[in-house]
Write a protein that binds this ligand. Structure first.
Ligand SMILES: Nc1ncnc2c1ncn2[C@@H]1O[C@H](COP(=O)(O)OP(=O)(O)O)[C@@H](O)[C@H]1O
Ligand SMILES: [Mg+2]
Length: 346
């Protein structure tokens, strides 16, 4: 196998021609896309107007601390693309174009312009209720549909190696060593998470991995997908809504209400499933764990300053002492804490 760096346009074009993905005479436009930390991501615009995004997984992630993960994980993402296309609502997944096992890369259809990253829209203070409803429907549908097809999914998604090394260790495990007051809470939750094999879990369900095109949400970045605890996706995603409630005082009430709406719509889809028993209580704990992990773990939220991180850690550790029974109460107590009214019930 020859080495290939898809961010080098000449190398990439030579590769695409040689592998027969494009004609030998074709010269597509190549644009390196930024934003991700764990992959090289490149937009390929072909002469016929078709556009692909190629992803090649990095062995060493682009973060401050040394963090390694095998580039073979891109093939998990390919499996994710194939299956989510079946499991998720129509139009929310970019179809897979090809997969190359020699160079550990995949190509998928590009989301056409104009599109916006949902995280950037949210950080600008734009919380559209309809987007929140779509975010809930997308996740609820993946969870609920996958649970009915476990026989087919188990052979593909049972391995949790990437989830362990890219999520449980850096977010929950490492945080447990950094915040002694949360150690027991987190180690208990880690064990509990490992004991669940209920649904497909996306593992990176974040506004950062959502593009909005024509007011429709499209989900990206499936390399941590596995069968596990759906509460993780809920906690991971709600953490982004609540951390923005903390960070943006003028939009705080909107983000609090968005968190409630998100849960309500999600719950409507899954509530009759047997795996949803006790899910809300676990979702609360995953949310608390992720809220702490995003200020004390290996991958802190870049938009929170040092003071905000310390404040969020304090609020969350206090809430962990007696977690709210519902998402509704969690959203209220968490956001009230930053209004100077404390985290205790009135
Ligand atoms: N199919 C696509 N169409 C358009 N843009 C994409 C597509 N896939 C990825 N991108 C862009 O590249 C960025 C990084 O891709 P992502 O899959 O999230 O990789 P990473 O694992 O490195 O975070 C995305 O935030 C998005 O802006
Ligand atoms: Mg990403």
């Amino acid at each position: 196998m020859t080495s290939l760096d898809i961010e080098q346009a000449e190398q990439l074009i030579a590769y695409l021609r040689e592998a027969g993905h494009i004609r030998a005479s074709e010269t597509p436009a190549i644009t390196v896309l930024g934003g991700g930390v764990s992959n090289r991501t490149v937009l390929v615009e072909r002469e016929d107007g078709e556009a692909w995004v190629l992803k090649q997984a990095l062995a060493k992630l682009r973060v401050k601390v040394d963090w390694f993960s095998p580039p073979e994980r891109v093939h998990r993402e390919a499996d994710g693309l194939r299956w989510l296309d079946v499991l998720a609502p129509a139009g929310t997944i970019t179809p897979l174009v090809f997969e190359d096992f020699d160079h550990h890369l995949i190509a998928m259809q590009a989301v056409p312009p104009p599109h916006q990253n949902w995280k950037q829209m949210l950080l600008a203070g734009h919380v559209e209720q309809d987007h929140v409803v779509q975010f809930a429907t997308l996740l609820g549908t993946i969870h609920a549909t996958s649970a009915t097809r476990m026989g087919e999914l188990r052979p593909v998604f049972s391995d949790r190696g990437y989830f362990e090394s890219l999520r449980l260790e850096p977010y929950y495990g490492y945080t447990a060593t950094q915040a002694p007051a949360a150690t027991r809470f987190l180690t208990t939750l880690i064990e509990e998470t490992r004991s669940h094999a209920d649904t497909i879990v996306h593992g990176d369900y974040s506004p950062k991995n959502i593009l909005v095109h024509d007011d429709r949400l499209i989900l990206l970045d499936h390399e941590v997908i596995h069968i596990g605890d759906p509460g993780f996706d809920l906690g991971f995603s709600m953490t982004h809504l609540l951390s923005k409630a903390h960070h943006l005082p003028e939009a705080r009430a909107e983000f609090r209400d968005a968190t409630r709406l998100y849960w309500e719509r999600y719950w409507n889809i899954v509530k009759t499933s047997d795996w949803a028993v006790n899910l809300e209580e676990r979702a609360v704990r995953h949310t608390l764990a992720c809220l702490l992990a995003r200020v004390r773990g290996r991958s802190p939220l870049e938009y929170l300053g040092e003071e905000e991180r310390t404040r969020q850690a304090g609020v969350v550790v206090e809430l962990m002492q007696s977690p709210p029974a519902t998402i509704d109460r969690l959203a209220e107590r968490f956001t009230n804490a930053f209004e100077g009214t404390g985290v205790h019930d009135a």
